[in-house]
Design a protein around this ligand. Structure first.
Ligand SMILES: Nc1nc2c(ncn2[C@@H]2O[C@H](COP(=O)(O)OP(=O)(O)O)[C@@H](O)[C@H]2O)c(=O)[nH]1
Ligand SMILES: [Mg+2]
Length: 407
């Protein structure tokens, strides 16, 4: 992925691994693996969309991007089943398996359906979807969808057999703008009658999916309609897409979370991912600090913090680079020294974090220093707050750390 300076970041991880003594490394490795999975192994999410033609699969993809990426409406019934598409947005990519549902109008039943099912099953053999979205028009929850759901189950089971993992299945009701009363077509749909119908449709779909799939399923009611004229968004009926994305992100493997959070630009999801990343990095920092590693622990802590800041910046749509993270740390008032060498940064941070300039830091200081830096990065990159506000959060982490040092 061009947005990630993977080689340089791998160097940072390599630096950590080669400078930490074996005893510490065994304790550190689980946290390091988490950080690595989020950042170094970041990749596009792979989403399988199951739903009839015209249910709104392509529109959902566009709503997630917030940009027209997938072709809607005009897609013919002859669209090949079981095809993976890679959509590129300004924030990154998403891989979508566009399966064809069963029982579509205007298409002969029978042999062709079997072919489509086989093609879908083959598509998941090569590439494992991270999640399956069952997409259905809200007005269709009463129609016969038994075969559609059987196909979802078959896909899920095929993935489980082949890849030894069970992807989450999420129900997505689309086109709730058209649900009765149809004149309440513009979000937020707070008309009580509309609300009641939306709730009813959700309940029905959840019930039917739980029955067919033999597992409870989360259902989201959405509308995804966007109309562009001359490249301008003239109608925007997107509703509840953010909630769907936030939930989807939670269910994704670490490797796919950062890119998904970045692609969709959903702040609540970004905050959640950043929180997990900060937690792991702060714990890792505490583990390093708990065992004194003379002279080397500050550079190691710094290397981890650089990774963390880099990940948060990427999540927010910035380029993921080691230099960018160091610039940010420098802008916070930490003396990063000339040349942005890890060792220089470390020396600067060391003086700043541990008044008096020692090279050994306690676990608590390492934890809260890292935590504060993470909060500062969230404020600056995700919440677009000024650097002064970010500095204040870092200061709070420092105060917390200092309070731990008092007898
Ligand atoms: N009113 C409304 N129309 C929608 C919505 N989602 C999709 N559509 C329309 O339904 C038609 C089919 O949508 P599309 O995304 O191409 O469905 P797909 O075949 O499942 O990919 C298009 O004309 C879309 O504009 C929605 O939430 N509300
Ligand atoms: Mg489509």
């Amino acid at each position: 992925m061009k947005e990630i300076d993977r080689t340089r970041l791998k160097e940072v991880v390599q630096f950590i691994r080669s400078h930490v003594p074996q005893v510490v490394l065994s304790r550190l490795e689980p946290e390091l693996a988490v950080i690595e999975s989020y950042i170094i192994n970041a990749r596009p999410a792979r989403i399988a969309l199951v739903g009839r033609r015209g249910s709104g699969k392509s529109s959902l993809v566009n709503a997630i991007f917030g940009e027209p990426r997938a072709e809607t409406g005009a897609v013919l019934a002859t669209t090949p089943a079981g095809t993976w598409y890679q959509y590129e947005g300004s924030g990154g990519a998403l891989e979508v398996l566009d399966t064809r549902g069963l029982g579509e109008g205007g298409r002969p039943e029978g042999a062709e359906d079997e072919e489509a099912v086989a093609a879908n099953l083959k598509a998941v053999r090569d590439r494992c979807p991270d999640a399956i979205l069952f997409v259905i028009k809200a007005a269709d929850v009463d129609v016969w969808i038994h075969e559609d759901l059987a196909q979802v189950a078959a896909l899920r089971d095929a993935i489980a057999r082949r890849h030894r993992t069970r992807p989450p299945v999420i129900g997505v009701l689309t086109q709730v703008d058209l649900l009765s009363p149809a004149d309440v077509a513009t979000p937020p749909y707070d008309d009580p009658e509309k609300q009641a119908n939306i709730a009813l449709a959700k309940e029905k779909l959840a019930e039917r999916m739980a029955l067919s799939l033999e597992q409870p399923v989360r259902v989201f009611a959405t509308s995804a309609y966007m109309r562009y004229r001359d490249g301008e968004l003239v109608v925007d009926r997107r509703w509840n897409i953010d909630e769907l994305v936030a939930y989807l992100v939670e269910t994704l493997p670490n490797e796919a979370q950062l890119t998904m959070g970045r692609v969709a630009g959903v702040r609540s999801a970004q905050m959640k991912i950043a929180g997990a990343l900060i937690q792991s990095t702060a714990s890792a920092a505490a583990a390093v600090a708990a065992t004194p590693i003379p002279l080397a622990d500050m550079p190691i802590l710094t290397a981890m913090q650089v990774l963390m800041v880099t990940g948060i910046a990427y999540l927010a749509g910035r380029r993921l680079s080691r230099e960018g993270a160091m610039e940010f740390i420098g802008a916070l008032g930490v003396n990063v020294g000339a040349g942005f060498a890890l060792r220089e940064v470390a020396r600067g941070l060391s003086k700043w974090l541990v008044p008096g300039g020692g090279s050994l830091v306690s676990a608590g200081v390492a934890y809260w220093g890292t935590y504060g830096l993470g909060q500062a990065a969230v404020a600056y990159y995700i919440e677009n707050q000024p650097i002064a506000a970010a500095r204040k959060l870092l200061e709070q982490g420092r105060e917390k750390a200092n309070s731990l040092r008092k007898p």
